[in-house]
Design a protein around this ligand. Structure first.
Ligand code: GLP
Length: 256
């Protein structure tokens, strides 16, 4: 796990864009895993600013979606991904996939989503945010570390966090369809971005805590190529805080 502490959300966005644009230029990134939430917005902004035509050739798979929210609802992840990712990165909408939270057969739709990811060759780079409880995607605490795309029930805390996007908490759906932790761990590279003190505890538990379903982000300790881009506040509860800077300052040339 690489822990990289940067000065601002803008720097985090640029750093993630550097990684993405480099992998696109090398030809090792064809399938991008995309996330909703406010944390990855600076990444999409940087990619929009530094747009290159090769970005249009990417396929994308979103992590999750609410169950039962109409596709055209502005807070459905179909709508959010279209607005924040497909349009800004100028992707072909036919190549952008979001779990179908309105399918008549939700269990089948979840299985089909896994098959679509596999058929596309798997996710090359997954962008992730993290929730205050340590959830990634919508994998709430106690999600199986081996879970695949499926229906989950949101915790009251997540519904409260997301109530800011809806007229009231009663309008926040109770269920979601989310890639599992096993699905996320199959991505070849993971770039998690987190800003603010409200993420500090989830980050400390994910990076330095035991691997536990009680903190789904800790599953990333099992990933061979996970990069965490944090601001000072999100890094503020890390015990080995100084070591991460030391590593960054002494990175060998071949690893830069
Ligand atoms: C939602 C999304 C997650 C996201 C989390 C944090 O629960 N399903 O993918 O990481 O919110 O959102 P934010 O980045 O706005 O704090």
């Amino acid at each position: 796990m690489q822990v990289i502490i940067l000065k601002s959300a803008e720097e985090i966005g640029d750093y993630a864009a550097d990684i993405i644009l480099r992998d696109v230029a090398r030809g090792s990134l064809n399938v991008l895993g995309v996330a909703t939430g406010s944390s990855p917005l600076p990444v999409y902004a940087a990619l929009e600013r530094r747009w290159v035509p090769a970005l249009s050739g990417l396929s994308a798979f979103a992590l999750d979606e609410y169950v039962g929210l109409p596709y055209e609802h502005p807070e459905s992840y179909h709508a959010v991904i279209h607005r924040e990712v497909t349009e800004r990165l100028r992707l072909d909408p036919a190549n952008v996939h979001v779990p179908d939270g309105n399918a008549a057969d939700l269990e089948q739709a979840a299985l089909d989503y896994e098959k679509q990811i596999t058929a596309a060759g798997g996710v090359d780079l997954q962008i992730l945010g993290i929730g205050g409880s340590g959830h990634i995607g919508f994998n709430e605490p106690t999600s199986s570390l081996a879970s695949r795309t499926r229906i989950k029930t949101l915790t009251p805390a997540t519904r409260e966090d997301n109530a800011r996007f809806f007229p009231s908490i009663d309008d926040v759906p109770m269920h979601c369809m989310t890639q599992g932790l096993g699905t996320i761990l199959d991505a070849r590279k993971v770039v998690l971005v987190a800003q603010g003190t409200q993420k500090a505890n989830a980050i400390a538990r994910s990076v330095e805590g035991p691997v536990s379903s009680m903190c789904p982000g800790s599953a990333l300790q099992l990933h061979p190529d996970a990069i965490l881009l944090l601001d000072e506040e999100a890094a503020s509860e890390l015990t080995l805080r100084e070591y991460y800077d030391f590593v960054a300052a002494n990175r060998p040339d071949w690893q830069r």
